[in-house]
Structure formats: C-alpha cells, structure tokens
Design a protein around this ligand. Sequence first.
Ligand code: ZN
Ligand code: ZN
Length: 278
Amino acid sequence: MIIGVHNSISGGISNALKECIFLNTTATQIFLHSPRMWDFKDITDEAYQFRKEIAQTTIKKVIVHSSYLITPLSKNAETVIRSRELINKELKNADMIYADYYVLHIKGNSEKPMEENIYELSDFFKKVIRTKKTKIIIENSASGIGSDFRNIMKFYNTLKNINVFGGLCLDTAHAFESGYDIRKKSGVIKILDEINDISIIKLIHLNDSKTELSSHTDRHDHIGKGHIGFDGFKNFFSFKDFDNIPLILETPKKDLKDDIKNLFAVKHITDSIKDSLK
Ligand SMILES: [Zn+2]
Ligand SMILES: [Zn+2]
C-alpha cells in the first residue's frame, strides 16, 4: 500500500521529505507555495535539493496539489488568464521535482450549459504547457458541477487526449458530501459505474467528513471520527478495486501526532478487512 499525507513545506519543499521519513510514509503531497496567493518564487535550487534528497528515501509517489485560486471556468476573463499563468508555473515546477501528479479541482460554471463549460475547458487547456513527467489529475469537489462523477467524466473525456492529463483523484469526503453514500455498497458501486474504468483513478484522497451525507460542505475529519466512520471505510476498502491506488490523507492536524493517529486508523481498517477474509 502506497500511503502518505499532505506534508508541510514550511522551511522549504524538502521539509516534506523529513516528515515522510518521520511518519514512515511512501507518498507525499505538497503545495508548491501558499495555495491562496498568486505569487510564486523561483524554486530551481530547492527542486534540485528535493530531487537529491528523495533519491535517499523510499517515497514512491510525489503529488502536487494545485493552488485554490485556479479557476479555468471563471466568469471573470482576467481570472481565467491569471489561472492559466499560475497553472503553467505550477506545472513547470511540479515537473522540476519530478512529481507524478498535479491534482486539480475543476469547479465549473453552473450558470452555463455543460457544452459551454466543456468548450471553454478544452480551449483553456490547449494553451497549457506540456510536461515531461507530471500529469494533471482531476479531483471531485464537495459541491457544484465538479462533484458529480458523470460531469467529471465529461470533463475528463474532453481533456484526456491532451497528453498532460493522466486521470482522476477520488476524494472520499467530497464524494460523501456530494451525495455518494460510500458507507454502503450501493454508494461505492454508483461511483465505480459512473467512472466505468477504475484504471483512471490514480489517487485517493482518504478523508472522513465532519458534515453529513449530501451536505455539499467540505469539512475533512479524522479517519473513523466523522460521518463516514470506521464501518463506512471498511465498506469502501472491501472493494478490491481500490487495492493498488496510492492514498493521501488530508485529515485535520495540529502536529504530526495527528497524522500518526490517522495513518494507524487506516492500517487498522485495512488489516481488519484482511483478517475477515482469512
Ligand atoms: Zn483538493
Ligand atoms: Zn482532496
């Protein structure tokens, strides 16, 4: 099982690697800069250091989470231009640290018909840079157009021929908050049916939810402590489909002790499934 958490880059991006060594994790997810700011400093030297240090670790997957400001389908033309500039900078930097994936939310404009959303989206990404290694993966949201996997598949099918796209990221809290009851077999099957091809899910954001089913409100909780709960995650992991997909926890934390507890909770859940199969 490849598993990690969203790591802090305070003090530089290599700090994420120190956290991984401490937590004994095999994947890392980071922001490349403050996700609520447009500015961006040059990371060429830091990236070199990162590549050198990661070679000494057992980390198998490097994931960059995009900035929250990026809105390809914004009503504001200026924001669309700035979003593209920011995506291009982030992708260039993600490629520099040999990141496998760049996770992106596509919010969608609910005032426009789906066809227009799709047209604008393909137009937007035609002008996005091509990378050597890093692939964009689209994450489901807790609300709006991008919370429905049927819409996400329309986005993905439009974009998949652009070779910078690599697949999808499934966030368990967002799926639950948008109405997929993954505590039940039927809820997981609904997702699998709508995606129709498990191989395109490249990453799972494993989070419990502080809010109820269909709340459309994004609040992550500790694994097992939220509305999905231990039994809900046992149901989710009873599907063999998810066995080989890397997991990243984005659970609340005051310090790394919270990550340790949540990583332990995941192990407890997956071990209990293995035991029940014996
Ligand atoms: Zn996200
Ligand atoms: Zn997420």
